[in-house]
Design a binder for this molecule. Structure first.
Ligand code: EPU
Length: 429
């Protein structure tokens, strides 16, 4: 844990141009871990979580569970056991809520358990503004009978008793789907969620909740039906492999052109949109049952991408793919449909030598191949930060990446793991 706390001040120094060779294991999925911690409020029995990645966002979730009164015991590096205590309070602390957007996941289970919850806007945005709204969550809770008030920059939700409802999401939302699905487990009556997200972490969570007594049908499809039950039991939730980490490593190996990397402990079926593109552009790879091997590919061609909800091309893979396209022959249009600010990092790539034309906040054109050069950079966010590491690994010369707390949020001991593949990367405190 200490390494990561130090990591807030730390930077990565990378000397690019080394071919990567060997094996790398994929950790448990961050975006599955961030949902199971809030889910413990749905039961009074013991929950064990295994295959946990040791990353900042998980440590923050663990902290939140403790602050809210539960007992968390570390069983091993990768497993914790959580025991129910009567929740201490219904106020999510601002200091923690501001640190990670996924704190929003605690609202529904707290409301279902305590009948009340109060919190500031997640991620530190000002109320009503910001780029990551929570209107669909609030609308869903209201339909289930909760009263929503906004007072002194905090939301306060109250409900004597929640009741089943039919809720339509006007846009596909991953955490919104998961949040209302969890809340409905202890809500009297039947809840039907329509236009749901279908990301693999959602059926994984539903399967676990069903294994401890919930009655959820249809998770992984656009319509989810939940029949409320009086209580849930205890059990073990083993996280599925992180598909974004697996896809990122695959892109990283492909981008360096001379790498031969075996990515182990992954679920290749979760990345069909990426394999389809690899086929189209000519990257060579071999899929195994729970692995993928990326073979050296000297030349590949450009191919457009439009980010899309699962099973489409994940927005979380857009930034690594953009780096890959700087090494491809031809022009590719990168169309980011989910977030407004996720293409801004392209400007940093141009400082490294990439030829990128900014169309508007949602579209860029990458002209490749370009030689990249090491620079002093600041990691803007978790996925863009990881993309900059890929760029630095293939660039000529030395790159310094600051603000790597943003990378530690989602990738466990990245420097150590990349060094095992032959990368010249070190962490400076
Ligand atoms: N949106 C609304 N209203 C809402 C909720 C969302 O308008 O009430 C909008 C968002 O502004 C965004 C779109 O809907 O434009 C999609 O947002 P979504 O709610 O699906 O995103 P999320 O659930 O907050 C999860 C992942 C993200 C991933 C997205 C899309 C977690 C903790 N986060 O976010 O992961 O990019 O789904 O797949 O599961 C990451 O890991 O780096 C990351 C950002």
């Amino acid at each position: 844990m200490e390494t990561f706390i130090m990591g807030r001040m730390a930077k990565f120094i990378i000397n690019g141009g080394k071919p990567l060779k060997g094996e790398i294991e994929v950790a448990g999925a961050k975006n599955a871990a961030l949902k199971i911690f809030p889910a413990v409020f749905l039961t009074k029995e013991t929950i064990r979580i295994s295959n946990l990645p040791v990353i900042e966002d998980v440590l923050r979730s663990e902290e939140m569970v403790k602050v809210l009164g539960h007992e968390v015991s570390r069983v091993s590096d990768r497993a914790v056991e959580i025991n129910f205590k009567t929740p201490k309070c219904v106020d999510l602390p601002e200091g923690l809520v501001n640190k990670f957007r996924a704190s929003v996941m605690f609202i529904g289970p707290m409301l279902a358990r305590c009948g009340e919850v109060s919190f500031p806007h997640p991620g530190g945005c000002v109320l009503g503004a910001g780029t990551r709204p929570i209107d669909m969550f609030l609308h869903g809770f209201e339909k289930m009978g909760a009263k929503v008030e906004i007072k002194e920059n905090r939301y306060r939700l109250t409900a004597k008793k929640l009741k089943g409802a039919t809720i339509f999401f006007h846009d596909v939302t991953v955490t919104g789907t998961e949040s209302l699905m969890m809340t409905a487990c202890l809500t009297e009556g039947v809840t039907i969620l329509k236009n749901c997200a279908m990301e693999p972490e959602i059926p994984a969570l539903a399967d676990f909740l069903n294994s401890i007594g919930a009655k959820i049908e249809g998770a992984g499809t656009p319509t989810i039906k939940i029949k409320g039950v009086k209580k849930l039991g205890g059990g073990e939730y083993r996280l599925i492999p992180d598909r974004i980490e697996a896809g990122t490593f695959a892109i990283m190996a492909a981008a360096s052109k001379s790498s031969d990397v075996l990515i182990k402990n992954c679920e290749p079926a979760h990345l069909e949109a990426l394999w389809w593109r690899f086929d189209k552009i000519g990257v060579k790879y071999v899929l195994g049952k729970d692995s993928v091997r990326i073979l050296p590919t000297k030349n590949f061609v450009a191919c457009d991408v439009t980010t899309h909800e699962y099973p489409g091309f994940a927005t979380d893979l857009q930034s690594p793919y953009t780096v890959l396209m700087t090494q491809a022959r031809g022009s590719s249009l990168i169309h980011e449909t989910i977030y407004d600010r996720r293409l801004l990092f392209a400007d940093i790539l141009t400082q490294m030598g990439a030829n990128i034309i900014m169309g508007d906040p949602h579209r860029i054109v990458v002209n490749g191949p370009s030689k990249l050069y090491g620079r002093k950079l600041i990691s803007p966010d978790i996925r863009a930060g990881m993309a900059l590491i890929i760029a630095a690994l293939i660039a000529k010369g030395r790159t310094e990446i600051d603000n790597i707390y943003q990378i530690d949020r989602g990738y466990e001991k990245l420097d150590e793991r990349l060094r095992k593949l032959g990368a010249d990367i070190k962490r400076l405190a």
